[in-house]
Every structure is written in structure tokens, then in C-alpha cells.
Design a protein around this ligand. Structure first.
Ligand SMILES: Cc1ncc(COP(=O)(O)O)c(C=O)c1O
Length: 380
């Protein structure tokens, strides 16, 4: 049997990882400034994370949602406190797309409407409604095109206001900071405008924090910087530090009927253990403080770098925008300097999403590697 060939891949094969270091089968070590696409939050192989999962493996891996699972309540309680969102309720599922799919479905159940306002350069996942609100036509199959979606430019107050005022939307969906689209973040004024218009016209405001959440921006959720309270917050990547777990937070007061949402695997015992371990580490090791500290250090160290035009994003969700296409730079970083970084739909933007536990010493290694790679490109 062959694998379905859908991924563009590097010819490298990790066999182990610790902290921010990935070990390959050929004996090489890589510095992980990509975090498996923003997934690694508390670092590879964190001992608390590993011990918790091992203990859970020895007792109970899975039982379905037909029974009580106190780990789910423990996770919700800790998440409410640590995220600063105690006035939300939690539904657990398995992936980012599923989280957005459920959020959009709930918005439609609530309002009885089906049209959604989404944004240019958005990415919300690959399931039916999630991909329909994703601004990448090539990954929308004809079956996805039946959804009613209007795309707006971010910060286009006039068009967005007029679209919401028509009164036929069930939801507005927006990323806390755009990931795949290239690290653009809506302004505080725009977020506040969305919230007030959505409240006025009874439209559900969904903020997709799947990539920007769980401390990656330096705030637990990126939108918290802007003083808004969305109706629904979706989350995934950093939540399980690599173990598949996702969820949505619903502002308290939703009328949910039994059976409206459901999943076989979502919220299973092993997934909850991973989620709880991540929250414990974020809390006890003050990881968000590390994000701010290391991010500020990195920004200082990058000052004056040749060819670097702009730095987008914040915390440890950063886009380094150069005055040239970065594909070759990214490859040189990986193959020659042994540093793994990311890309985005902006061809000039190098995306960095390291574990949130990286150190300033690792930043030094990254910056030296970047300078060396730039030199080899004759841009340094
Ligand atoms: C902002 C955002 N939303 C949704 C998704 C989809 O998540 P998943 O791949 O877990 O379905 C992603 C994945 O990259 C994302 O970055």
C-alpha cells in the first residue's frame, strides 16, 4: 500500500525530540523554530507531560462520552482560571477544523441563518464549513462551495458594517492573528467594531485562536489584548503539545440541546491528561512570561538584519518579512544551519513558531544561523 501523496515534504525524518531540539534518524539535531506548525507549546518531551500521559496510559486510555469523565471537568476548571475566561463553557473535540465546524454549526443553530462573514487570507481548516470560510479556493471542492460566505478585507469597516447590517449573517469568523495568511493581526478598533456590530445584529462572533491561542502571542488568547469577549473561541494546536485535542469555548448562557454537538474521540481520557499537563506546565513554569521575555529579546537581536523589512505578529508567533522570497533561505536554514522554520502564503515571510519554552540562548543560535544563511544567499 502507498500513502496518499498530498504533502510537500522535506527529506528528513525525526526520531526523537527534547525541549526545542529534534533528533533525526541520520544523527543530525535540528533547532525547532516551527513547533510542528505551532503545536509544541510546553516543549518536546517535557517530563511532567510525559509522566502524566504514561500514568494515564497505565490506567485508562479511552472511554466514550457515554460515561462521566472527571478529567474533562478538571481540564475545564483549570482552563477557565489560567486562560482568564471563567465565564465560558468548554466543548472538547479533536482538531482545529472540527472546532470551527462546530462553532459555525452552533451559530447557525442559534440564529436560524446560514451566511458567514470571513476574511481575506483566512485559514480555518479543511472540513466542510471550515474550508468554505477559508480564503483558499484551490482547497475548496465543489461540495464545499454550497456554503454562503462573504469575504471581507480586514479593517474594511465600511463593507463589514454594511454586510452585518443586512441582517442575514449567522456568524463572523476571524483569526486572533492570521497564521497561514501571513501573521496579520486585526486592530483593537476593528475587533471592538466587530463585537459591537455582532452584538447589535445578533450575529455570533467566533474568534479562531487555534494557532494564536494557548499563550503563543504572549496573551493566553491573542484577542484578549484587544479587550473583546467573543461569543465563541476555538482552540487546538498548543492545547495538547502534540497530542490531538481541540475545543471551543462558548460564552455562558448558550442554550445547548442534547445531541447538538458530539464526538466519539473528543475529550477522551488520554487527551484530557495531555491537556491538563499542558495547563499545569503553562501555569507552574510561567510560560507566558517566557514568551514575552524571549520574544522581546529576539526582536532586539533581529534589529538591523539585512533585507528584513518588517516583523509581523507577536509573542512567539512571528513573521519575518524580507524584501525577497524566502523559500531558499528557509531551505538553507534547514539543510545547512539545522534550524527548522515555517512559511506562509506571503512568499517573503519566514514564519517562526518555536516551542513557548525556548531560551534566549536558543534565540542566539537561531539569529546566528539566520545571519549565516543570509550571507550564503548574498543578502547578509
Ligand atoms: C487558524 C487556524 N484555524 C484552523 C486550523 C485547522 O486546524 P487542524 O489542522 O487541526 O484542523 C489551523 C491549522 O493550521 C489554523 O492555523
Amino acid at each position: 500500500m502507498d500513502l496518499v501523496n498530498v504533502y510537500s515534504q522535506y527529506e528528513i525524518s525525526p526520531i526523537a525530540a527534547k525541549g526545542s531540539t529534534i533528533m533525526l534518524d541520520n544523527g543530525d539535531n535540528l533547532l525547532d523554530f516551527y513547533g510542528g506548525h505551532g503545536v509544541i507549546s510546553v516543549g518536546h518531551g517535557h517530563p511532567i507531560f510525559i509522566d502524566k500521559l504514561k500514568a494515564q496510559l497505565d490506567s485508562l486510555v479511552f472511554y466514550s462520552n457515554a460515561v462521566l469523565n472527571p478529567l474533562q471537568s478538571e481540564l475545564a476548571g483549570k482552563l477557565g482560571t489560567i486562560s482568564g475566561c471563567p465565564l465560558y463553557d468548554l466543548f472538547l473535540c479533536n482538531s482545529g477544523a472540527e472546532s470551527n465546524e462546530n462553532a459555525l454549526k452552533l451559530a447557525s443553530f442559534k440564529t436560524g441563518k446560514s451566511k458567514v462573514l470571513a476574511f481575506r487570507n483566512s485559514f480555518h481548516g479543511r472540513t466542510s464549513a471550515a474550508v468554505a470560510v477559508t480564503d483558499i479556493p484551490s482547497i475548496n471542492a465543489p461540495i464545499n462551495k454550497g456554503h454562503e460566505v462573504v469575504f471581507a478585507k480586514m479593517e474594511d469597516f465600511e463593507f463589514v458594517g454594511a454586510t452585518i447590517e443586512k441582517g442575514d449573517l449567522c456568524a463572523v469568523i476571524i483569526e486572533g492573528i492570521q497564521g497561514v495568511g501571513g501573521l496579520d493581526e486585526p486592530s483593537t478598533a476593528f475587533f471592538k467594531f466587530l463585537q459591537s456590530k455582532c452584538t447589535q445584529y445578533e450575529v455570533v462572533l467566533i474568534v479562531d485562536e487555534i494557532q494564536s491561542g494557548y499563550g503563543r502571542s504572549g496573551d493566553f488568547f491573542a484577542h484578549q489584548r484587544h479587550g473583546i469577549e467573543p461569543d465563541i473561541i476555538t482552540m487546538a494546536k498548543g492545547m495538547g503539545n502534540g497530542f490531538p485535542i481541540a475545543g471551543l469555548l462558548l460564552k455562558k448562557g448558550w442554550e445547548i440541546k442534547k445531541g447538538m454537538l458530539g464526538t466519539t474521540f473528543g475529550g477522551n481520557h488520554l487527551a484530557c491528561s495531555a491537556g491538563i499537563a499542558v495547563l499545569d506546565i503553562l501555569d507552574t513554569e510561567n510560560v507566558l512570561h517566557n514568551v514575552d521575555r524571549v520574544s522581546n529579546y529576539l526582536l532586539e537581536e533581529l534589529k538591523g538584519l539585512n533585507g528584513l523589512q518588517k516583523i509581523k505578529g507577536r509573542g512567539l508567533m512571528l513573521g519575518l518579512e524580507f524584501d525577497f522570497a524566502i523559500a531558499e533561505l528557509r531551505e538553507k536554514l534547514l539543510l545547512e544551519q539545522k534550524v527548522f522554520t515555517g512559511a506562509s502564503s506571503n512568499k517573503n515571510l519566514l514564519r517562526i513558531l518555536p516551542p513557548l519554552t525556548i531560551t534566549t540562548a536558543e534565540v542566539d543560535v537561531f539569529v546566528q544561523a539566520l545571519k549565516a544563511a543570509l550571507k550564503n544567499l548574498n543578502h547578509g
